[in-house]
Design a protein around this ligand. Structure first.
Ligand SMILES: CC(C)(COP(=O)(O)OP(=O)(O)OC[C@H]1O[C@@H](n2cnc3c(N)ncnc32)[C@H](O)[C@@H]1OP(=O)(O)O)[C@@H](O)C(=O)NCCC(=O)NCCS
Length: 169
């Protein structure tokens, strides 16, 4: 059974597996990539992240997927759709985290646009959000390029977070 969920011009988004741990650790152990998260992650925390992802696949039919370069099979990062609390309400979020060596090549935007299309067209979602630390300018730019607009700002774990959103019109 294929684990491919989505394809774009340059990318394949496929389901995450337990054996992706070393791939994920490249991102999770990088303090620059994890600057806007609570901290870097240990292997145990990364294993919990994979467990959370596999639970999301079962419960919601979506979750974070592994982004691979189509041409080479190289693993670039993660992008997908997960349920998130946006200050009292649970909404479906497009999330993206890429390895630092791959930043600035348009991969996050390409993957996030594919997730938006999938969410609206195949899953018939009414709305998608991205929750972004107010200082995370690259992520804000990706949300804007996906067509999202700033909806509100709330506090989470001592940080100010923007909720960017788009509705299916
Ligand atoms: C956010 C992230 C996914 C973006 O990935 P990416 O593949 O580099 O994104 P893209 O190349 O598609 O687009 C990035 C955009 O941000 C812009 N950008 C990058 N750094 C920026 C900065 N410091 N200030 C303003 N804009 C910035 C780029 O110029 C580009 O916009 P442009 O196409 O208009 O020039 C990547 O930086 C990342 O993985 N960060 C760590 C994890 C993270 O913070 N994830 C988001 C959590 S909400």
């Amino acid at each position: 059974m294929t684990s491919t969920v989505l394809k774009t011009d340059r990318l394949i988004l496929r389901k995450m597996k337990r054996t992706d741990l070393p791939n994920l650790m490249e991102i999770f152990s990088d303090p620059v990539a994890m600057r806007f998260y609570r901290s870097t992650k240990t292997k145990e925390q990364a294993e919990d992240w994979i467990s959370w992802t596999l639970r999301n696949y079962r419960s919601y039919g979506v979750g974070l997927w592994i982004a691979e370069e189509k041409a080479s099979g190289r693993i670039l990062g993660q992008c997908g759709i997960t349920p998130q609390d946006t200050g009292g309400v649970t909404e479906m979020e497009i999330g993206y985290l890429f390895a630092r060596r791959e930043w600035g090549k348009g991969y996050a935007t390409e993957a996030a646009l594919a997730c938006k299309e999938y969410g609206f067209t195949s899953l018939n979602y009414r709305k998608l959000v991205s929750i972004i630390n107010v200082h995370n300018l690259a992520s804000i730019r990706v949300a804007e390029k996906v067509g999202m607009k700033k909806e509100k700002t709330f506090h989470r774990a001592g940080n100010r977070m923007h909720v960017y959103s788009i509705t299916n019109s």
